[in-house]
Design a protein around this ligand. Structure first.
Ligand code: EPS
Length: 390
């Protein structure tokens, strides 16, 4: 499966084209809109989220509620576009009026794509960079992820996410009985955190950062249950599924790192305290007594829950600006304020969930017969039976 996205933050719409879905898979705009709504929430979101009410329009590939096997095109309109039709219009403009119309940006924000992107593509107006590098694009990544989540759910694979840390405040009590419970509790939290005490402190930290004109980052965790063992491969570097997940996580705007299971903590432990012992019983087949490796051995799933975490840096658009240089005058300056969120970690948890779901669904579609949804379900079930008795 593959997908591409298109769209500028203040352009008319965001678009994704998804290819490689099995035919005969049930899918509605409702399935997608639920996920889009989740991405818009979270304590620390800015004013743009009050302007937008992200809704997917299905433009191709689905008929009477089922996929056709042809490309699925999804569109999410930007409500804000109506205020930007001149500034972001696609038609040529009169150069004499250009200055007033373009809302030109010559002052790159530290931590953003502005300067490197301008340099690369020759955009002396860095709005041409900002508009596409904006995290607004994650809207349609979540739409693609919603489709992947639907496919996985039909195979008995569930994906959920929650927030472990914001601005140095760590969640302590994060035990849960089931993914269903994790989902409900994180959904009910304004910061998607299961620890109620930490939740309050996180909200306070966000408010403090905002009052200070600053921003804060954090850590999100995605868990997937029900993945069959042996998905991915050890035989070639670019077929390792954990590597694909790592790339997907780091590709989310502002994400700087990724870990699986105990992750970086493995550096401090003996091998005997890291590797998960193998066991077998009639009901489960093979399983691991612990899950410190986060569901992966040798670039393949091992049948245990996939546990992947990503770290998001604080959003770089600051009301309290850092020093930079104007590319026209080469003079230093310290003021470039675009409307922004003070913390988008709770929303980023939803994006992380979406990109993980996409990679898992894509790996399944790669590995099993997948032209028809009913055949894919049968093929995965048959593989699970085989793996149990192996
Ligand atoms: C948005 C994410 C942020 C918002 C954006 C909407 O993107 P960025 O990476 O550019 O900071 O700022 O909204 C705006 C650009 C705006 O005009 O407020 C999102 O998640 O939808």
């Amino acid at each position: 499966m593959r997908y591409l996205t298109a769209g500028e933050s203040h352009g008319p719409q965001l678009t994704t084209i998804i290819e490689g879905l099995p035919a005969g898979m049930p899918l509605t705009a409702e399935d997608i809109n639920e996920q889009l709504g989740r991405r818009q929430k979270g304590h620390g979101r800015g004013r743009r989220m009050q302007i937008e009410k992200d809704q997917a329009q299905i433009k191709s590939g689905i008929r009477h509620g089922y996929t056709l096997g042809s490309p699925v095109a999804l569109v999410v309109e930007n409500n804000d576009w109506k205020h930007w039709t001149k500034i972001m219009g696609s038609e040529p403009i009169d150069e004499s009026a250009a200055e007033e119309v373009k809302r030109q940006i010559t002052r790159p924000r530290p931590g953003h794509a502005d300067l490197n992107g301008g340099l690369k593509y020759g955009h002396r107006d860095m709005r041409n960079v900002l508009e596409r590098s904006s995290a607004r694009e994650t809207t349609v990544r979540v739409a693609a992820g919603a489709v992947a989540k639907k496919l996985l759910a039909l195979l008995g694979i569930e994906v959920a996410a929650h927030v472990l840390e914001i601005g140095g405040v760590k969640a302590d009590k994060v035990s849960f009985e089931s993914l269903e419970e994790l989902r409900e509790r994180s959904e009910a939290s304004p910061v998607r955190c299961l620890d109620e005490e930490a939740e309050k402190k996180m909200m306070q930290a966000i408010d403090d950062a905002k009052a200070n004109g600053d921003s804060i980052g954090g850590i999100v965790e995605v868990i997937a249950e029900g993945m069959p063992a042996g998905v991915g491969s050890y035989v070639q570097w670019d077929r390792k599924l954990d590597a694909k997940l790592a790339a997907a996580i780091v590709s989310i705007n502002a994400f700087k790192g990724v870990e699986f299971g105990i992750g970086f903590e493995a550096a401090e432990r003996f091998g005997s305290e890291v590797h998960d012992e193998i066991a077998w019983n009639e009901a489960q087949g093979y399983y691991r007594k612990t899950n410190r490796l986060g569901g992966f051995e040798g670039g393949m799933t091992n049948g245990m829950p996939v546990v992947v975490r990503g770290v998001m840096k604080p959003i770089p658009t600051l009301y309290k600006p850092l020093e930079s240089v104007d590319i026209d005058t080469k003079e230093p300056f310290t003021a470039s304020i675009e409307r922004s969120d003070s913390c988008a970690v709770p929303a980023a948890a939803v994006v992380a969930e979406a990109v993980v779901a996409w990679e898992l669904a894509s790996a399944i579609v790669d590995q099993f017969y997948s032209d028809r949804m009913d055949a894919l379900v049968a093929s995965v079930e048959e593989f699970r039976r085989y793996a149990k008795e192996f």
